[in-house]
Design a protein around this ligand. Structure first.
Ligand code: ADE
Length: 239
């Protein structure tokens, strides 16, 4: 998979994409990343990328023609082009799974007060938000998307067992994990995890995970129930 990130601040992205699992995936050729400065497509000698908003208002707006040229420089027949924006579709694990099926993603990072509305309306396949808060720009959001999508690609994770568990258990909080020391300041690792009894350990983890999810994220259980019912309906040919 290749991901091209269009940004005014490519240096912001390099670090997080160069270490740990993503760094290794790039070194192994499992993930190709292109970082492109939108300013290279700016207008005139000063490479202008933004202008004041029609109708007034504060701040500057990124120009549609500049973004168009930046996209054109990386677009391929298989490109899936997304604008990072707080008003976009909510980025969730199922969206990450969907995006991981693509061979080429182009992520556009907006900055300043916004991006000309015609980018979202005419130039991209969709808009993505990583949450209901406003960031100073799309860079951190794009990095979140690359991380969550890349780990779903074949061979990127050293231990694919964790992916198998995720896909079987659905959207649940994971049971806590523990390692040595067995006793720390009077707090013991749960006995069952030291029993060597795989059946009991599995049951404990499933129960812990269900209890944590019900206590901290009851919405996940509700969502899974609705999604499950919708999947059953689709299987029966209902919309
Ligand atoms: N740009 C600014 N805020 C954002 C958000 N929450 N998600 C994606 N892109 C953004």
């Amino acid at each position: 998979m290749r991901v091209d990130i269009l940004t005014l601040f490519p240096e912001m992205c390099e670090g997080p994409l160069s270490h740990s699992i993503l760094g290794r995936a790039r070194a192994q050729g499992l993930l190709e990343i292109g970082l492109h400065n939108i300013r290279e497509h700016g207008v005139g000698r000063h490479r202008v990328v933004d202008d004041t908003p029609y109708g007034g208002g504060s701040g500057m707006v990124m120009r549609v023609d500049v973004v168009e040229a930046a996209i054109a420089a990386v677009r391929r027949p298989d490109s899936h082009v997304l604008l990072m924006a707080p008003a976009g579709e909510q980025f969730t694990q199922p969206v990450a799974a969907r995006l991981s099926q693509h061979t080429h993603l182009v992520l556009i990072c907006g900055h300043y007060e916004g991006v000309d509305g015609r980018v979202a309306e005419h130039l991209v396949d969709g808009c993505l938000s990583i949450g209901d808060y406003v960031l100073t720009g799309g860079e951190l959001a794009a990095l979140v998307v690359v991380d969550a999508v890349a780990r779903l690609r074949p061979q990127v994770l050293g231990n694919p067992g964790s992916l198998m568990e995720e896909s079987f258990t659905g959207p649940r909080l994971e049971a806590p994990v523990y390692t040595r020391p067995q006793s720390w300041r009077g707090h013991e690792v749960p006995e069952v995890l030291r029993s060597g009894h795989h059946g009991k350990i599995g049951a404990w983890r499933a129960a812990s995970s269900a209890a944590l999810t019900a206590a901290l994220r009851p919405d996940l259980t509700a969502r899974a129930t609705v999604e499950g019912a919708e999947a059953v309906d689709r299987g029966r040919g209902r919309p």
